[in-house]
Design a protein around this ligand. Sequence first.
Ligand code: DGJ
Length: 723
Amino acid sequence: MMKKITLFLLLTLGLQQIMTAQTAILIPVETKRTILLYSVGKDQKLYQSYLGTKLQQATEYSDMGTKNFESYLSAGTSNLFEPAIRVRHADNNPSLELQYVSYQQKKINDSITLTTIKLKDPQYPFEVVLNFKASFNEDVIEQWTEIRHTEKKAVTLYNFASSMLHFDASAYWLTQFHGNWAEEMRMQESKLTSGIKIIDSKLGTRADMYQTPVFFLSLNKPSDETSGELIAGTLAWSGNFQLAFELDELNSLRVITGMNPYASEYTLQPDKVFTTPSFIFTYSNKGKGEASRNLHSWARKNGLIDGDKPRLTLLNNWETTFFNFDETKLNGLFDDAVKLGVDLFLLDDGWFGNKYPRANDNAGLGDWQETKTKLPNGIEALIKSAEQKGVKFGIWIEPEMVNPKSELYEKHPEWVLRFPNRSEKYFRNQLVLDLTNPQVQDFVYGIIDNLMTAHPSLAYFKWDCNSMIGNAYSPYLKDNQSQLYIDYDLGLYKVMARVREKYPHLPMMLCSGGGGRVDYGAMKYFTEFWPSDNTDALERVYIQWGYSYFYPSEAICCHITSWGSQSLKFRTDVAMSGKMGYDIQVNKMTPEELKFSQDAIENYKRLNTVIWQGDLFRLISPYDENRSVLMYVNKEKSKAVLFSYTLNLRYGDTFKNVLLQGLDPLKHYRVREINIATKPAFKETDKDYSGDYLMKIGLSISSTQSLSSVVLEITEKLEQDTW
Ligand code: DGJ
């Protein structure tokens, strides 16, 4: 009987050991408040001993006496759960064991420490290196894995997680974000039940759209904005991803993140390194608000191009003209951009193609020369004219794609992803170029490089991507088709990295028919992203709210358009809480609307550092009430901007005071309503309060009129101020 129990325990607890079996080696991955602690067992395996708030006495880590979980579970021997890694060795042996070899820690800069832990199979020259980049001040850990071997022939990789994290709480709540075109980032929360919950994408060119690679995992009980223990995590990968949450029979949870193993067996040659994307996460015991602020601070430093620098306000022509424009019309729009007071005019889709002009989305993609009939004097004349009038000029491209009706397709059918023996499947009448092919990579890089070489003062790019991989066959990869999904993305990153090497500070928006592509794998090459084609301001309240959990506002492009029936004020106030821009017919504005917009841009320019670089506090969620309130506070707590949106009210809806957050209780502040359209909506404007009062008693801010909004500028009042 005893033997039976031991055998049972060995099988089911193969991944879980009791502390007594540990050696003295402890490997801490530390940030300001968090520690992820590994230890080495007497069996030479690596265990995750702890993930959570740091202990005050570091000496107590060695005798914690808690459960230990095998860090990066492999498949084929005693682990009978979902593995982090599964391989078939050169001799066809399908098992892997990983033992601890060594670890190293080095400081990369004042804030970042890199920890690497080397593991090895005792029977094979097969090695796994776990990497952890800990951003101390931001409380964020990036984790990724490198796999290499020196076996006699290639090894096949079937599972290759970026990270495996273990949790041992009483219950787990998963907050996930799903959507579709024009309904991005819808939030859902559910309690995890036993078994595996998988969130993934198989779309090829984009991580999100139906599901997104971001989540909150709350431990023990659901967390809210200011309380609760949780991690906020996201995978930095723009292709197929998988987040797996496996709750076992002992109520322990393993979170396995990485590239989706779906249809992706990878052949790893001897001496080559297979590097997974990073899983980026932060731990907080103070709720989702702190977790978001940690990720935002991290992103401004490490996750975006020029995250600490200003962005350009712009007027885009997509919703005004679609494909229907010419030089004269564009010149009129430059005048509108100047009238509004924005920094840049962004020319969207429809400027290229000659044999097959891009008059609609049927033709021209791939032929990146100006359409002569439409723009007889070319891009350069447009840039010069815009500059003379006083705005910069930016341009739209969709470099990874091709229309079958294009010269590119005629010339290079072998550059296109498609089956040799099946009819082509189209998404928006287009096909995806084979970015696994270095020649195609050169071509795609050349689109930007040629444009920049010919027109050095191009000041902005919008990089679109409107198709998934629906014809999953690469002419270039030949017998290695199962590497397509991974190699496509690696090819894409090679191109983006080359662009950034030559043009390190060029502002670029990542766009994908809406928010289908935002992730920190691509965002490290971009300054901002297009969150959704849906610019109806009511929808945007929810969409932007969802993105704000993981991305800082400076990266979230929010354009004021004619989509939706709300007032211009409401649309402006919603866009102003992110990276504001316009895509609207300025010549259809009344003089009052134009004046309102000009003033709003002035306000935005005065306050954008607080909005872009300040700490975000989400005060009232649109998921909880028929209103939404959020505010940004600068680091010195001397300036804040608050946005309050009343949504579609229902009979009997009443609103309590809004308690502000993030201010200094000892400071005094002047509260002033801005962006006033006709008359003030906030009765208490131009009054002074202590930070203490604003945070404990709060203000009655929200108006009780559906689809109305209030923006407050909150400024520290110094003794000498007489206003
Ligand atoms: C999809 C984008 O989301 C839009 O903003 C616009 O650029 C179109 N593509 C152009 O085809």
